[in-house]
Ligand binder design. Structure first.
Ligand code: ADP
Length: 473
């Protein structure tokens, strides 16, 4: 008696589903399949009647010999035949030991063609959409620049009342907002099409920062919040990379910080995480004391067109593209972006980026000085003593262990100055550590900078756990 294949296999699953016993007898079959083959439940038949090519072969041998792209002939009860693609899997299903799916070949080919066509249509549609976006954004830019130029002219040439001047300032701000939206949409569509390429040009980090601060200072002043920047002295003044795109990421994070903060400050810190050869990895943190983001909303961020809730959008405006673009740009700079936030207390957006100290191709440096490169990556010259510390060496492990103990003690007694000192030492000892460890270190650093006792402890414990798992302490 052939069992019906259970309801848990969807009816619309393509092809005939058959269950075989170990010796190749059909023990179950989908209802449509049975009908297609011309059998009834009371019948008895085997795999060699169904597909004579497998005669005298065990199920195991059949499974081993099946060609995924192969075409086989299956026979109905009335001996008419049809071409099929065969998928066979050993699995216990009811009283079956093997489950088999026969897909009529024509149907299979038709489907393959359909998928191909759908993919092609999708690609064409995406291309058409991107072209349309690029054309319309270009068309929008021209009149917008015209409006801005005319207003500038009006403001310079005409005597105006205070009221009129205020109105024009608002119009100018609206134009700037609109320009930002146009740029975001254009960037996003370019990103989707994989058309954004990063430059490697010389730039001054200070100049980039000054530019971003200049762009946001007016709004910060108007809201009465402070905007401070601190760049670590360890970072060379001149760097190589895409300064414009770096500025774009920073501008997005800082303008969000200013936008979503009503009291307090937006602080930007730039530190060196590691350097090797001509590569230098920097950590940027944008710390605000604004409205914060709830844990469930944090998961929605970094996705395109995502804003955490409608009321915020209505109050603050924006497209929800800035963070998605920033995330993509950060990953193009071999970095990662991370958010720590608490509702009502503020947010810290941190990201790393790999830049360069000269314009020589990286591979050349790596190949030419392979030994030096690894040595540089995994060693740290201890200040004063001149001793060399190698990541994961016994000396490094010992020192790390001691500094971690001092750090946790300082957190416990809320001595944040000491905490900062030990965190800095630990960071130095961790040069050359795995990404997972560095990522966790950054999380702990962020909690420390916010002087958040509970969070610092939590991140500390997580860091120690990872270090132990990797046998690095
Ligand atoms: P938008 O152009 O809308 O600002 P973003 O991608 O830059 O787009 O930000 C998406 C959403 O993330 C914002 O609408 C806001 O809800 C939230 N957000 C971003 N930065 C902050 C911040 N510093 N503080 C609070 N919420 C923020």
């Amino acid at each position: 008696m052939i069992q019906r294949i259970c309801e848990d296999i969807p009816d619309d699953l393509l092809g005939i589903i058959i269950g075989f016993s170990q010796n190749g007898t059909v023990v179950s079959c989908s209802e449509d399949g049975l009908r297609e083959l011309g059998y009834v439940q009371e019948d008895e038949f085997t795999i060699s009647q169904l597909m004579p090519v497998f005669k005298e072969k065990s199920m195991q041998e059949i499974q081993a010999s099946l060609k995924t792209e192969g075409e086989y002939i299956a026979y109905r009860k009335n001996q008419t035949s049809f071409f099929v693609k065969v998928l066979l899997k050993q699995c216990h299903y009811g009283n079956a030991e093997y489950l088999c799916r026969l897909i009529p070949w024509q149907e299979h080919k038709r489907l393959e063609k359909e998928v191909e066509q759908t993919n092609r249509k999708l690609k064409e549609a995406l291309q058409a959409k991107n072209e349309m976006i690029s054309n319309t954004t270009h068309e929008l830019r021209t009149p917008l620049n015209g409006i801005k130029g005319q207003i500038d002219y009006l403001m310079m040439q005409t005597e105006m009342t205070e009221e009129q001047d205020k109105t024009l300032q608002i119009v100018m701000q609206c134009c700037a907002n609109m320009q930002q939206i146009i740029n975001d949409i254009l960037d996003f569509s370019k990103m989707e099409a994989g058309k954004i390429k990063l430059e490697r040009l010389q730039f001054s980090l200070k100049n980039v920062m000054n530019y971003v601060v200049d762009t946001n200072i007016k709004q910060a002043n108007a809201k009465g919040i402070q905007l401070n920047v601190h760049i670590s002295e360890e970072i060379p003044e001149q760097l190589y990379g895409d300064g414009l795109r770096l500025g774009q990421i920073l501008n997005n994070l800082i303008s969000n910080g200013v936008k979503f903060t009503s009291f307090g400050s937006v602080r930007v810190e730039v530190n060196k995480v590691a350097s090797s050869g001509n590569r230098i990895e920097l950590l940027f943190m944008v710390i605000d004391t604004g409205i914060g983001i709830s844990p469930e909303n944090q998961t929605k961020l970094f996705k395109s067109f995502s804003q955490v809730d409608g009321s915020i959008t209505r109050k603050y405006g924006g497209t929800g593209l800035g963070l998605a673009i920033s995330k993509e740009l950060v990953s193009m700079m071999d970095g990662f972006i991370h958010l720590e936030s608490e509702v009502g207390r503020g947010s810290t957006f941190a990201f790393t980026a790999v830049l360069h100290t000269d314009d020589k191709p990286e591979t050349e440096v790596v190949q030419k000085q392979k030994y030096d490169f690894t040595k540089l990556l995994f060693t740290k010259y201890k200040e004063n003593s001149g001793a060399v510390y190698v990541w994961n060496s016994p000396e490094n492990k010992l020192e790390l262990k001691q500094d971690l103990e001092k750090l946790v003690l300082s957190i416990e007694i809320l001595n944040w100055n000491r905490v900062e000192i030990f965190a800095q030492k630990i960071k130095e000892l961790m040069q050359g550590a795995e990404q997972e460890i560095l990522k966790q270190l950054i999380k702990m650093e962020m909690a420390i900078r916010r002087e958040d006792h509970d969070r610092s402890l939590l991140e500390y414990e997580q860091l120690v756990k990872i270090l132990k798992d990797k046998d690095s302490v």
